[in-house]
Ligand binder design. Structure first.
Ligand SMILES: [Zn+2]
Length: 465
């Protein structure tokens, strides 16, 4: 071994650390040769005079990807053991790649110099108290970082070019398969195709991801999933349809026949303790890197996909949307907390009790945020409303609403969907609400009475909403 004379009894009297790492599980699985060579370094340490009991293998980072040492417990252990002065030498296949960045390597080199720890790889032994060795190792570290950067850049460039042509293969959504030429085809498996078609059709019908889940669950239907990678690669598994999977499917432009790339990107954040966390963030549609419409046969049209996205956004009550929901409470979905300004949810209790409750949970919640019986608020709002509107205004509003409903029904609801029948059947004197549902089907008293609206002031009606 080159420079073996630098190893002294003082080094041999301390531990020899063999640091084994592969950065991803795929690498661990597919590059067994490299892993075997790394473990073989233990034998090299023994050949160089360390007692077998004095050789410690640190492989905690096998399959841990991380450009930052903080994410890798094994690397931290190496550093802390070096600091304790219990290490005589660190072995690695390429010492200049012990750290994932030259900053990490520089820090390790400095600690090794202070504690008289040798770094050993296939090229030889580095003694960090020797200026030449330090320079050489520093240079190699910089070169290897540059090499990684160039390689990554080249790979990324090639990937991007393929993506722009729509040729970059990726994990296909269930319901699609690649043919021998790499073209995307609708899955020839009849059951798979039917499951995907039914999911999308149910979403069109119910307009809600939870509605789709419910329909599948009630019918005891399962949904297919194709495993990706590993021993199960390509195998089909049937499981319960979950809310998350419906969202995934409805948000996936592949079902509209579009090829896309760059729908999300990695975002790194430095935590207060200096560690770096990365997460994937979705991009808005306009910022997707590549979108190629009519790339392959679709289950739905592009317009339907856009409509679905709009529908999902309108369902997002957490993001501030206010879809009309079932329930008798008058101010449901439109009432805010007078104390903190947050939105109030509606709670239905036993015996028909209804309450509005402040839903703010974070630090903006104040001790005065509370729950209020719906009747208290609704009665007051009802009185104000009846004071403000005239029977003529109400008549006009109902007529307009009727017309909108009729147009909506004619435009979007095929007669073959029997489940829409309850919603389109007039449920009140006007039949004006396409979104009213089973729970509001019996029209509240004062409105049904009709005539009472004409004399709102004497005596004042007490609306029972
Ligand atoms: Zn509040």
């Amino acid at each position: 071994m080159n420079g073996a004379s630098k190893i002294t009894p003082s080094h041999r009297g301390r531990l020899a650390l063999v640091y084994v790492r592969q950065s991803t599980l795929v690498q661990v699985r597919e590059h067994t040769e490299s892993t075997a060579r790394q473990y073989g370094l233990s034998a090299v340490a023994v050949e160089l005079g360390w007692a077998p009991g004095g050789v410690v293998v640190i492989d905690a980072d096998l399959g841990v990807s991380g450009r930052f040492g903080e994410a890798r417990g094994g690397f931290r252990e190496v550093v802390s053991r070096v600091c304790l002065g219990e290490v005589g030498a660190i072995f690695g296949l390429e010492v200049s790649r012990l750290g994932r960045s030259s900053a990490e390597l520089t820090r390790l080199m400095e600690l090794a110099r202070l504690t008289d720890t040798l770094l050993i790889d296939a090229d030889g032994v580095y003694d960090l108290s020797n200026a030449n060795d330090r320079l050489l190792l520093g240079l190699k570290g910089t070169l290897s970082e540059a090499e990684l950067h160039l390689l990554a850049g080249r790979l990324h460039g090639a990937k991007l070019a393929a993506a722009h042509r729509g040729d970059l293969r990726s994990q296909l959504a269930v319901g699609y398969v690649y043919d021998e030429d790499g073209q995307v085809l609708i899955d020839p498996d009849e059951q798979v195709r039917a499951a995907v078609e039914d999911l999308l059709a149910e979403f069109a019908r119910t307009g809600s991801a939870l509605g789709v889940v419910r329909v599948f669950a009630e019918a005891g239907r399962l949904f297919p999933q194709r495993a990706w990678g590993g021993a199960w690669a390509g195998k089909l598994r049937w499981g319960k349809l979950t809310y998350a999977r419906v969202l995934q499917a409805v948000h996936n432009p592949a079902y509209a026949g579009a090829y896309t790339y760059g729908r999300s990107h990695e975002q790194r954040r430095v935590q207060p303790d200096g560690t770096v966390r990365s997460s994937r963030r979705k991009r808005v549609r306009a910022d997707w890197t590549v979108t190629i419409q009519d790339h392959h046969p679709g289950y739905i049209t592009w317009q339907r996909f856009l409509d679905n996205e709009t529908k999902l956004a309108a369902n997002q009550t957490k993001a501030g949307a206010r879809p009309v929901r079932e329930g008798h409470a008058l101010c449901q979905g439109i009432i805010g907390c007078g104390v903190c300004g947050g939105r109030m949810g509606t709670r239905y209790g036993d015996g028909g009790r209804i309450a509005y409750t402040c839903q703010i949970k974070d630090s903006s919640r104040t001790p005065a945020c509370r729950t209020v019986a719906a009747g208290t608020v609704d009665d007051a709002v009802g009185v104000l409303l009846l004071d403000a509107v005239t029977p003529q205004q109400i008549g006009l509003a109902l007529a307009v609403s009727d017309e909108v409903t009729q147009r909506h029904t004619a435009a979007t609801v095929p007669a073959s969907w029997p489940c829409n029948a309850p919603n389109t059947t007039p449920s009140g004197p006007s039949g004006h609400s396409p979104t009213s549902n089973r729970r509001t089907a019996s029209w509240p008293g004062p409105w049904r009475a009709g005539g009472r609206l004409g004399s709102p002031r004497s005596p004042r009606p007490t609306p029972r909403w």
